[in-house]
Design a protein around this ligand. Structure first.
Ligand code: DP6
Length: 323
């Protein structure tokens, strides 16, 4: 029995994924751009065992709940089909960052699982195929496979949609200072949220203009243009939240602390401190800045009433094996 361990970072989207053309296969309605979050990681070990009567899943030393086990079991079936292998597997996963802190653990979880499970089953996929496979576990997981700054390509509901690196981690010293205002799990998970996106009258406009936003964001990253980057990142986050707030039923993720941070970051920018924010499907705020401002931004965030903690991350590597 061969055990294989893989390591993956979560990622933060600068241009968001929200809504699918095809929900089960996670074919996104539009492309997205993200940065892997170095320093935060999921380590997953997979061991196939002919004596097991079902897959087992242990997360952070505890047996996982049924829903998580079923999601992982469904994913393992894809790997078994690819490998022509009928055996069940023991899956053990550890996160070094708190779960339910607004950092999507499903991205790093399914990226690490895709690599560990395929290698344990004896298959060696190239980066594109690994990204496609990870996508089927969790959409954003496809972006955690390549290194650094990543674009998830999604032209015209392409069934082969996958992510590629657009710049290596060292290209730009950006930091994500994640201001935690609430530690609980999200009330409505991303999966249900994606299914509601089309009920918003704003989603069509958001999706049809995504190619322009992707182009502006890609260019800003390649040219390390923080001003252009800030404008497009905040616009894209606002557009996604506008869709969430106008879905039916509506989704509203912000808390008073969320808004306090958004206002503070805007005023810092007016004072000449280059920082901008983006918010996922939860109340915590990802404040992005360059390395030079990181200490100042982190210290200032900690002073805002309602901020419980700040977690920082830098541009991360791609998913890799632990040898
Ligand atoms: C708001 O990838 O978590 O973070 O495919 O259902 O697992 P599933 O959804 P997920 O959705 C991420 C949504 C987001 C925006 C983003 O990361 O692009």
């Amino acid at each position: 029995m061969r055990s294989v361990t893989a390591v993956a970072n979560p990622n933060i989207a600068f241009i968001k994924y929200w809504g699918n053309c095809e929900a089960d296969a996670r074919i996104p309605a539009s492309g997205s751009i993200s940065m892997n979050l170095g320093g935060l990681e999921t380590r997953t070990t997979v061991t196939f065992n002919p004596e097991l009567e079902g897959d087992t899943l242990n997360i952070n030393g505890q047996e996982a709940e049924q829903a998580a086990l079923e999601r992982v079991g469904g994913f393992m079936n894809l790997v078994r089909e690819m490998a022509g292998n009928k055996h069940f597997a023991m899956v053990e996963s550890h996160n070094n960052f708190p779960m339910g802190a607004g950092i999507a653990s499903s991205a790093s979880a399914f990226a690490a699982l895709a690599l560990a499970a395929t290698r344990a089953a004896g298959i060696d996929l190239d980066e594109g195929d690994l990204s496609r496979l990870a996508r089927k576990g969790s959409g954003s997981a496809c972006r955690s496979i390549p290194e650094g700054y990543v674009e998830w390509l999604a032209d015209g509901c392409d069934p082969d949609s996958m992510a590629i690196s657009i710049a290596p981690p060292k290209h730009w010293d950006l930091w994500d200072c994640i201001a935690i205002v609430h530690r609980g799990h999200k009330l409505v998970g991303s999966r249900e949220g994606h299914d509601l996106a089309h009920t918003s009258p704003l989603q069509q406009a958001r999706v049809s203009e995504a190619p322009q936003r992707l182009k502006i964001c890609r260019k800003a990253i390649l040219e390390r243009d923080f001003e252009a980057f800030s404008d497009i990142v905040e616009l894209d986050s606002h557009l996604m939240h506008a869709v969430m707030m106008t879905s039916s039923p509506r989704l509203f993720y912000w808390l008073p602390g969320t808004i306090a941070i958004m206002q503070a970051v805007s005023s810092w920018r007016q004072q000449g401190i280059p920082a901008c924010y983006t918010i996922d499907a939860g109340p915590n705020v990802h404040v992005i800045c360059e390395g030079e401002e990181k200490e100042l931004v982190e210290a200032r965030l900690r002073q805002i009433p309602g901020v419980i903690d700040v977690i920082t991350a830098y541009p991360g590597e791609g998913t890799h094996l632990l040898i």
